[in-house]
Write a protein that binds this ligand. Structure first.
Ligand code: SF4
Length: 294
């Protein structure tokens, strides 16, 4: 009997190409909030109680920070712009220069005895004087405003940013006040601010958290570094994405405490170059100190 002839399988090149996924499916990115929620769930499962452990240990050494408004929201916004990529002491010097160059009231009115240091802030604090005359700041010629804020650094970038922010406030219709943000849902308020050129999630979150106690977690370089080392956020999460992770990791009432405590810890102990792990109260559960820490 003649054996049945074997039919050779077609070469891959001869086969019909696999259908390509629809364009929208190919481009679809995972929802960052869903990713953050999954991370928070996994972290609690694998390393239970890590967030309260960190907050409690830091509070034992430095006390538990309590929210208190430090400036009016417009001054907070301008001071935060001045502090972008600059030391806080330089931002304070630039803000003081702004107040002196564009005073909104005679210097004798509202002057206080001395500067007020801010929780978690790396500067010396600002004297309690009235905020600058914002209309004069907005109308100032750019070269003049740049000279005034030069002590803060990067003045060429920051002068137009400050004026763009003041124009956005004016266009909203409430003068130069930002108080209307207090009534908006947190993420809507953050998006409103972040739509202004030169203002990102961090600056917007700082303004809202410190002005109104809005439950948002600003992630600056200190918070980002400390968070990655402990393992609170994924090792490759950048600072911008870390804002989303923290919204899933923290309860609203923990945001202010977490921001101030982590930033202070980054400044005092968990330095960028030589973290002082031997004296760190978090070391037993820090993945930088012990890669197997739970
Ligand atoms: S153990 Fe070291 S690396 Fe970890 S948080 Fe403390 S100082 Fe930073």
């Amino acid at each position: 009997m003649t054996p049945p002839r074997r039919v050779a399988a077609p070469k891959p090149s001869a086969m019909a190409p696999a259908p390509r996924p629809a364009r929208s499916a190919r481009r679809r990115r995972p929802d960052p909030n869903a990713v953050a929620r999954r991370w928070a769930t996994q972290l609690e499962k694998k390393r239970p109680g890590l967030i309260p452990f960190v907050l409690d240990r830091l509070a034992e050494g430095a006390g538990r920070p309590v929210w208190q408004r430090r400036l009016d929201p417009t001054s907070e916004l301008v001071l935060t712009i001045l502090s972008q990529n600059s030391a806080d002491t330089n931002a304070e010097a630039a803000f003081a220069s702004l107040t002196a160059a564009y005073p909104s009231a005679p210097a004798s009115q509202g002057a206080s005895a001395g500067p007020r240091p801010f929780a978690g802030w790396g500067g010396r604090g600002l004297p309690e004087v009235p905020p600058p005359d914002w209309a004069a700041v907005e109308a100032a010629p750019i070269p003049e405003l740049t000279d005034v804020i030069r002590p803060g650094g990067l003045a060429n970038q920051k002068a137009p940013r400050i004026q763009a922010a003041l124009r956005a406030l004016l266009a909203h219709g409430g003068g130069y006040s930002l108080e209307f943000l207090a009534t908006m849902p947190p993420l809507e308020a953050r998006d409103w601010l972040a739509a202004i050129p030169g203002i990102g999630k961090k600056t917007a979150s700082v303004v809202l958290l410190f002005s109104f106690g809005t439950p948002l977690m600003p992630v600056d370089r200190h918070v980002h570094r400390v968070s990655q080392r402990i393992g609170l956020i994924p090792p490759k999460a950048d600072a911008d994405t870390a804002h989303d992770y923290y919204l899933a990791l923290l309860r609203p009432e923990q945001m202010y405490e977490a921001h101030v405590s982590l930033i202070s810890h980054g400044r005092r102990t968990c330095h960028a170059r030589n973290p002082d792990c031997e004296r760190c109260p978090i070391a037993p559960r820090c993945r930088y100190f012990d890669p197997h820490a739970e």
